[in-house]
Design a binder for this molecule. Structure first.
Ligand SMILES: [Zn+2]
Length: 410
């Protein structure tokens, strides 16, 4: 398997690593459950015997998990056991150059803990259990959010104008994706149009993590006025009309029986290990059409040892869906899809107890029960919540006005 669908499947020289030998001197930063250690340079070959060791490895372009494990002389069956535990979150399929992997080995050189770190905020720790498999713990750093306001004038296209005003390019694209149903970013734009953005940015120890939540956006143009405000996790215009496109509850053309429901606390019946069921299972005849639950962009088409052939679709910045154990994919990575579009044929690939579709819905990067979650439906804000909505819009607008006043003073 390859580390990510971006990376090449061809094995090249593995990346940098540094080895830490456990000398009981210092605490380390890798996290819970790890023995204190200090950095000592050593050869990888020494890892096979002697003291407990911990190795930290930075993923390089062209690496695959397989080549990294080979290089560190950790067995492929061990990698398969990790992937089996990872089946529940598929975090290892997101590995990219620059990510940091931690390996803690026992005295026999056997992997007892594996740590995957992605960015400043995400870490998964896989611990070897007594039965030989791995159990995982996910750690998500919440960090602090700070609201920042930017205002500017259109010169050229909107994203670059927003960038000039101080917005990050990803924030600008979030805004254009929110308003794409309401605005034509060519014909509705005029040079000199005014806009304002309120965005919450996440910081960990003062460092921006790359995560931003658009709180409000106001576009005051010569031909078009449009706005977007976040309220109760969904986006609305100033009149309280939803800006988000609807999802369908079930990614199939009709309602099928459910054989296994979403259950984050499911225990494996034999091993007793916690094996969350992050999706909903529909038993289906192989070849049953699988439909995109909503408009979006295909972010993964991957063949996984246990998840089988699977597809992931990103729906804006907040939602994503996953479709596992497929027999055929009709879409490729990067492709735009619309709600109800046939994306795959169901199957029985990977580790599967019988032909079925395993379907997952993630909201803000956490799996939620797709059969019950409050998914966006075309709607206006309920009358009972109108007051709260108006108040929130007024608060965001007040912040924008305040910032504008400060700007004109300077
Ligand atoms: Zn399932």
């Amino acid at each position: 398997m390859t580390l990510s669908d971006n990376s090449s499947a061809v094995a090249t020289a593995p990346g940098q690593f540094s080895q830490k030998l456990n000398l009981n001197l210092d605490t380390d930063s890798l996290g819970e459950g790890q023995p204190p250690s200090t950095e000592v340079a050593a050869d990888v070959a020494d890892v096979t015997e002697g003291p407990e060791a911990s190795i930290s490895y930075v993923v390089k372009k062209g690496d695959t998990l397989s080549t990294i494990f080979d290089y560190l002389r950790i067995s492929q069956p061990t990698l398969h056991k990790l992937m089996e535990a990872d089946l529940n979150i598929l975090a290892l399929d997101t590995i990219q150059p620059g990510h940091e992997l931690g390996f803690n080995l026992d005295q026999q050189g056997k992997l007892k803990q594996f740590i995957f770190r992605s960015g400043l905020t995400y870490k998964v720790v896989f611990d070897r259990s007594k039965k030989g498999g791995f159990e995982f713990d996910e750690f998500i750093e919440k960090g602090g959010y700070k609201t920042e306001i930017f205002s500017g004038l259109v010169k050229g296209n909107l994203p670059s104008s927003m960038q000039k005003a101080g917005a990050k390019i990803a924030e600008a694209y979030q805004v254009t994706s929110l308003l794409k149903e309401r605005m034509n970013f060519r014909s509705h734009l005029r040079a000199g149009d005014k806009f304002q953005l309120a965005v919450s940015r996440q910081y960990v120890d003062g460092v921006y993590t790359g995560s931003s939540i658009i709180q409000g956006f106001v576009y005051n143009g010569a031909v078009r006025k449009q706005s977007a405000f976040l309220f109760n996790d969904n986006y609305f215009d100033a009149e309280g009309e939803s800006l988000e496109k609807a999802f369908q509850r079930i990614p199939l053309s009709k309602r099928y029986r459910i054989s296994s429901s979403f259950n984050p606390k499911r225990k494996h019946p034999v091993t007793g290990l916690i094996r969350p069921h992050n999706g909903t299972d529909f038993p289906l005849r192989i070849g049953t059409p699988v439909l995109a639950a909503g408009d979006g962009i295909v972010s993964r088409v991957i063949k996984h040892r246990y998840a089988g052939l699977y597809i992931e679709i990103k729906h804006g910045s907040k939602y994503k869906t996953r479709y596992l154990h497929l027999s055929k994919a009709y879409v490729r990575k990067g492709q735009k899809v619309s709600r109800g579009q046939k994306i795959a044929a169901s199957g029985n690939s990977g580790r599967s107890t019988g032909p079925h579709l395993h379907y997952e819905l993630h909201k803000n990067n956490r799996p939620v029960n797709a059969m019950k979650a409050a998914i966006p439906v075309v709607q206006t804000i309920a009358r009972s919540k109108r007051g709260a909505f108006k108040k929130q819009v007024a608060a965001v607008k007040a912040q924008m006005v305040e910032q504008l006043a400060l700007q004109t003073k300077e």
